[in-house]
Design a protein around this ligand. Structure first.
Ligand SMILES: NC(=O)c1ccc[n+]([C@@H]2O[C@H](COP(=O)([O-])OP(=O)(O)OC[C@H]3O[C@@H](n4cnc5c(N)ncnc54)[C@H](OP(=O)(O)O)[C@@H]3O)[C@@H](O)[C@H]2O)c1
Length: 330
């Protein structure tokens, strides 16, 4: 089978596509013939050697994929050859086959394409856990989503809307503003204005009748976190999800005290490894919302397997809105 592998850490162009031996499922594992794989911002960090978990080289990166079960290892009870599944793994998705523990696999709903499933892995899971498990979002609350046209951002806007919240989407261009409105944003705020600290607060207060937001989902870090804190209502909850803006911010905690604000972190892969039953329940709920039409992945572009390094470069440069997916040949 063909696999893109990290031999030495570097930019996406350093990935090597090689013929490697077919995989053999171990106890409790399934072997999946991959039809489509999600491309995620953290993949670029893994390839560059800047991610918190780095497997021994050579390895194939790629954290979520959809495909067909080829065979199963000893003790597998939930899946059989031919089943259509979405899998969440630490690495291995940028190849023609991958192994997954059976509890990391989820049967696809009828009618869901492999491409749609691959776009509904990590980003929807992360957005859901940020909104529900970490922020305790309630219907009727206001949610500010940073980087709202990105993978996590757009999933968070759709999910928050589906949960009965009012959504305030933060973007920095007119085409992103149009996209987030099409995906359920009730209000759009512009992060490209000078003096983000003042401007974000003014825009959010105008959108929330001076109340502020109850929840902030922050995949950006950088200047956004400090500016977003100033937009929050009494007892607001901010969830740190990522640092797509590049810098890891520091926080003056007096602000938390004065407004009874909480900041929580979210590391999704910890939930995957420590709380697989919760991940399964969340996946079930995400698929239920998809069946209802309440969430729908926005896939900006499908790439062929050979185009994977180019797709990763576009993610790295912030040129992908919503999701990019690799579709396997044939
Ligand atoms: N905590 C977890 O478990 C977890 C899981 C998955 C991912 N993450 C992290 O979450 C972050 C976002 O991931 P993603 O998949 O959503 O990435 P993505 O699809 O690349 O989206 C990132 C978004 O951030 C925006 N952005 C980048 N720099 C910005 C800036 N300086 N100011 C305002 N907006 C900016 C981009 O908008 P433009 O188009 O305007 O550049 C883009 O819409 C990454 O840091 C990723 O590593 C965390």
């Amino acid at each position: 089978m063909r696999a893109f592998q990290v031999l030495e850490h570097g930019p996406p162009s350093s990935l090597r596509c090689s013929d490697v031996a077919d995989l053999i499922p171990g106890d409790g594992q399934i072997r999946v013939g991959i039809r489509a794989a999600g491309i995620n911002f953290p993949d670029t960090l893994v390839i560059a050697g800047k991610y918190q978990v780095l497997p021994k080289r050579p390895f194939s990166p790629g954290k979520d994929f959809a495909g067909v079960v080829l065979d199963v290892g000893e003790g597998v009870t939930r899946y059989a050859r031919g089943d259509r599944v979405l899998c969440h793994v630490e690495y291995g998705g940028f190849a023609e086959q991958a192994l997954a523990a059976e509890q990391q696999a989820f049967g696809l709903p009828d009618g869901m394409s492999f491409v749609a499933a691959a776009a509904m892995g990590l980003v929807y899971q992360t957005a859901y856990l940020a909104l529900v498990d970490r922020a305790q979002l309630k219907p009727g609350e206001h949610v500010l989503v940073g980087g709202a046209a990105g993978g996590i951002g757009l999933a968070a806007v759709q999910l928050a809307k589906a949960m009965g919240a009012t959504t305030v989407a933060a973007v920095r261009s007119a085409d992103e503003a149009a996209l987030v409105k099409e995906n359920g944003a009730d209000h759009v705020v512009d992060l490209s204005l000078p003096s983000q600290r003042e401007q974000l607060r003014a825009q959010v207060l105008a959108a929330t009748e001076n109340r502020g937001v109850d929840v902030v989902i922050d995949p950006l870090g950088g200047d956004f976190l400090g500016a977003a804190l100033r937009t929050m209502a009494w007892c607001g909850r901010l969830v740190v999800v990522g640092f797509a803006a590049g810098d890891i911010p520091t926080v003056k905690v007096n602000y938390l005290l004065v407004k009874n604000i909480s900041i929580a972190g979210l590391q999704w892969s910890d939930y995957r490894d420590r709380a697989p039953d919760r991940i399964a329940a969340v996946q079930h709920e995400i698929f239920r919302l998809w069946r209802l039409g309440a969430v729908k992945p926005y896939i900006m572009k499908e790439f062929s397997f050979a185009e994977l390094p180019r797709a990763l470069e576009l993610i790295e440069k912030g040129e992908i809105r919503g999701k990019a997916v690799v579709v396997m040949d044939g």
